[in-house]
Design a protein around this ligand. Structure first.
Ligand SMILES: Nc1ncnc2c1ncn2[C@@H]1O[C@H](COP(=O)(O)OP(=O)(O)OP(=O)(O)O)[C@@H](O)[C@H]1O
Length: 234
């Protein structure tokens, strides 16, 4: 498999001098395309910082990131925005839906500006919300709102889906349903899924597990056999 991302010597420092925080201290990674990758590690070890840099939401202090043949770190702000718009989707812990828009309208926010979008109703059907398109976020459960957020992220058919604690606000049964949707998006659309989580058991469904500590990658393992989301407990 070709690599989706290759990073070399990534560092990210917030602030300066004695109050500087070294969030990443030299991260070298190769992430093959088409995998589910789970990123684990203690609070503050740099997981979200790494995710944000790979997704083009932030830039490293030093080091390089390649997405296929393109060096993200050398792009202008405008080109980086285009990279985000064309290639990546984001799902966060708190769904960030627009409360005044229906589920379909929330998805349309993305499909109206994407190059090769899915039909919004098809995206909502993919996450099991056919028939709920005209409902507002306040009429949906937490798990359903997260599924709308996933539909919104996948409707532009991104090559990479970044998920930061996607099940963090959900009980385990609802969280499992969300993981099933992510596994489905990976299997059916071939999207690389990169997921940050505190729930170590979720690693069982990944192709690859990255463990970070103190701003560095400590360990990368490849699962010989993977659990189905239904088998994941936390
Ligand atoms: N904007 C910022 N300004 C200053 N420090 C920051 C900023 N963002 C993150 N940090 C610091 O960088 C370090 C890494 O943060 P990051 O959010 O990447 O960790 P994390 O592993 O995702 O943590 P958590 O699991 O708690 O979300 C932490 O010490 C954090 O306080």
């Amino acid at each position: 498999m070709a690599n989706a991302f290759v990073t070399k010597g990534l560092t990210r420092t917030y602030g300066e001098g004695r109050s500087a925080v070294h969030a990443l201290r030299g991260v070298d990674l190769e992430l093959p395309e088409g995998e589910i990758v789970v990123l684990l590690g203690p609070s503050g070890c740099g997981k979200s910082t790494l995710l944000n840099i790979l997704g083009g939401l932030d830039r490293p202090t030093t080091g390089s990131v390649h997405f296929h043949d393109e060096e993200l770190t050398s792009l202008s702000d405008r080109a980086l925005t285009r990279f985000r718009r064309d290639h990546v989707g984001f799902v966060f812990q708190f769904y960030n839906l627009m409360p005044s828009l229906t589920a379909r309208e929330n998805v349309e926010l993305v499909t109206e500006i994407a190059d090769n979008p899915m039909d919004p109703d098809e995206a909502l059907a993919l996450v099991g919300l056919k028939g709920r398109s005209d409902h507002f976020p306040s009429q949906l459960s937490g798990g359903e709102q997260q599924r709308v957020a996933i539909a919104r992220a996948v409707a532009k058919q991104p090559e990479v889906l970044f998920c930061d604690e996607p099940t963090g606000a959900l009980d385990s049964a609802t969280g499992r349903a969300v993981l099933e949707v992510l596994a489905e998006v990976n299997a059916r659309l071939g999207a690389t899924v990169l997921m940050v989580t505190h729930a170590a058991n979720i690693a069982g469904m990944a192709h690859r597990v990255i463990r970070m500590a103190d701003g560095q990658v400590r360990d990368v393992t490849v699962n010989e056999t993977r659990l189905s989301p239904a088998e994941v407990h936390w």
